[in-house]
Design a protein around this ligand. Structure first.
Ligand code: FA5
Length: 343
């Protein structure tokens, strides 16, 4: 048996050293170490060895096995590296300094396309389109919206804070106060913007996404006005009757507040990862502006009421173009992003 072990050791060393590709080395691994491999056979043969010798041979075979495992593992690594290097050497040479040879026409990002559609619809209904900075402060993002310090509603919107105490806005509502102060009442305005939240991403959540906020303040404004504007906008965008549902929703800056959901257009309401299998996609919270918020904006609450909504523009783009994963929109992947055109 000792002779057998020595012969097998030499055979393993020679054949492993000669193996030149992944397939051959894998074949050797099975031939020596597999269930029916030569080393396993040797271990079986131990049965026929007697007494003291059995122990000694057992130790030798185990040593051989350990040695073979190490040699094969090292050779697999060498072969993998050589194969990778070969692929790199054979890849076509390129020069990063050459100009891009992308010959197609550039295209707008799907969010820009949807944003412009929504803007056109609201402009036709007498709304102005406002632009407000992405960096704001605690007062505009929270305090002016009836969310004092330590209010639990702040937990829902953790964000990125700058050293100077400013922050990246978590929602477009952060512009409400400035707009009220700029125009007073009556007013009709929409204000799209990028928003930021410290959150884990998945198919329908991003840490950087777009909202489109809208506000209408006038005498005799009620929930019916709100529902009318939302329905008109959604049926224009989707060019079909879209099922919507209103649920009570709590936002400190509106009273009463609602969640407006639309039936998921990706799965037809059956349930899929894009709608967290519920068949509905939360798209647009809304409500009647809270008197405290109107007052903070300098509006006479005895005379005026108003509604506000915060449309998830990124999610609207997903529904409009059947984009299953929200992360594709920030990916910068031209193969995905250049496929959308304004029909
Ligand atoms: C707000 O941000 C409120 N400011 C909206 C509002 C405005 C309510 C005016 C009442 C009156 P919410 O956190 O639910 O609410 O976000 C609004 C919409 O933004 C959501 O319905 C969703 O469509 C979108 N949204 C929120 N978080 C994300 C995210 N992480 N990724 C993508 N879209 C998001």
């Amino acid at each position: 048996m000792e002779n057998k072990i020595a012969l097998l050791k030499a055979k393993i060393e020679e054949s492993v050293a000669k193996a030149g590709d992944s397939e051959t080395i894998e074949g050797l691994r099975v031939a020596f170490l597999g269930k029916k491999g030569e080393i396993t056979e040797l271990l079986r043969d131990l049965k026929s060895v007697s007494g003291e010798q059995k122990k000694e041979m057992g130790m030798k075979i185990n040593l051989l096995k350990q040695n073979a495992e190490e040699k094969i593992k090292a050779r697999i690594e060498e072969i993998k590296n050589a194969e990778l290097q070969k692929k790199i050497d054979e890849a076509p040479a390129y020069d990063v300094t050459l100009p891009c040879d992308f010959k197609g026409e550039g295209s707008y990002h799907p969010i820009t396309l949807v944003e412009r559609e929504v803007e056109d619809i609201f402009r036709s209904m007498g709304f102005t389109v406002e632009d407000y900075p992405e960096v704001t402060d605690d007062y505009n993002c929270f305090e002016a919206l009836n969310i004092p310090k330590h209010h639990p509603a702040r937990d829902m919107q953790d964000t990125y804070y700058l050293d100077n105490g400013q922050l990246l806005k978590t929602h477009t509502s952060a512009a409400q106060n400035s707009i009220m102060r700029k125009y007073g009442a009556p007013l009709r305005a929409i204000f799209p913007s990028r928003c930021f939240r410290n959150e884990a991403t998945d198919a329908c959540h991003e840490n950087t996404f777009f909202q489109m906020e809208g506000m209408m303040i006038d005498t005799d404004i009620s929930i019916s006005n709100l529902i009318y504007f939302m329905k008109t906008m959604l049926s224009e965008v989707f060019k079909q009757d879209v099922s919507v549902r209103l649920r009570p929703g709590f936002f400190p800056f509106v009273e009463p507040g609602f969640e407006l959901d639309i039936s998921c257009l990706i799965c037809g309401g059956k349930g899929c990862p894009s709608c967290k299998n519920s068949g509905w996609l939360e798209l647009c919270p809304c409500g009647m502006i809270h008197p405290n918020v109107l007052k903070a904006g300098g509006i006479d609450t005895d005379k005026y009421t108003g509604f506000a909504f915060g449309l998830g523009l990124t999610r609207l783009a997903m529904m409009r173009y059947g984009i299953k994963d929200i992360r594709d929109l920030n990916s910068g992947n031209l193969k995905v992003l250049s496929q959308f055109v304004n029909e």
